[in-house]
Write a protein that binds this ligand. Sequence first.
Ligand code: ATP
Length: 460
Amino acid sequence: MESKNKMDAIISLCKRRGFVFQGSEIYGGLAGVYDFGPRGVELLNNIKQSWWKANVYNKENYFGLDSGMFKHSRTWEASGHVGGFSDPLAECRKCNTRIRVDKELGSIGITADEKMSEQKINDLFNQNRDKIKCSTCGEKNFSQVKSFNLLVKSNLGDFTSDGREPVYLPGEACQGIYLNYKNIVNSMSPKIPFGISQIGKAFRNEISPRNFLFRTREFEQADTQYFIKPNENKKAYEAIKKDRFNWYLSLGIQENKLRLKQHDNLVFYAKDAWDIEYEFPSGFDEVEGIHDRTDYDLTQHQKFSGVDLNYVDQETGQKYVPWILETSMGLGRVFLAVLCDAYHEDEMDGETRVVLKLKPELAPILCAVSPLLKNKPELVAKAREIYSSLKKEFGRVMWDDNSNIGKRYRRQDEIGTPFCITIDFETLEGDTKDTVTVRMRDDGLQKRISISELISFLKM
Ligand code: ATP
């Protein structure tokens, strides 16, 4: 399927089947904000749970955190966001459409990024202006490039409206980890190396939010900061890159759709930086950053707060500011990657169908339960009994007695339900008494399974 069509088909499925809605739609929509509907929130939660398992439960010496969104305004000065968290912006002189210049240059094959100086990016833009058209009016008449700060301000606690020391919304979720590093060291006494993981919201005044969930103004990040001894970064960094890449495979994403890509430019304090990229219908793009950040973050917070953030090594008595290896993943982007990977159109029983081949652990609904006929009370009663016991066990179970069985299957295929359970007359009597039909989503094959084995079958 052609790339634009595939993304359009996914966006349309998301709306039609209750995965994702445009934010504030009844008011005409709010650019760069999306809401997750009943199916979407389940898929999102299942992705989060998988990440939490991999980054807290299945690891030793990793700690979970949920820090407040608002932080002292100096946090963002220390982190460098107030001074330097900006993207290069140019404006169409005819229709005022704003473009993010590094991304526009990237789309014509010229490497540029937000870390370049304003002068350098202006030079590159000037050399290539004739190749960049305004997507709204088609003109090639843009202003000079300016840096535009992405932090979103709030007026929390500002009763005079003088705007001094504004409290920002988080530009990235991980700052809460640095602010709580000392609390966690004091309360948990972790032995170095140790990790702190958290999922949190981030807000950025993105110049041109686009590509559905890929670039939004409000999004969620899942971050781990791994605290290590100074100079012990190399081996651990390689292990983390591998571990994170494997996590995407564990979601069922095809390996040939994933790659690790090293950054061309590094910020001055970083030792190394790689992205994990997924091949979206529009091409490979970043879903997660993996950064070898030295002691920059804690040293900055130590300097700005005046609080000693040294770690005292109980074994050697040494005192030092730990170095940090960071992984930072955008949940919206992973959600989109999972959907793009699972989306298929194929033929079944002589009909074209849309099917989401999601791993059962990720599917919004694990199984749908149906009586073969909804006007036969004995079938309905048995089906209700099975539905209740599965619902109690798994939660993600749906009662579905609408229309005929073929239509039910198509509807469940579209939302990625791996198993459809049908209670028919054979369930009630004869050799097959107390068995049901389980229909598999991917190949359409059907199995007869005894009711007493259903729970363990679905747990496989
Ligand atoms: P980009 O270069 O695409 O703007 P970034 O390198 O600035 O991204 P980071 O600051 O490293 O991104 O953030 C970590 C992760 O957060 C990214 O890998 C991405 O998955 C996610 N992310 C960043 N910006 C956005 C956004 N505007 N919308 C959705 N997810 C985002």
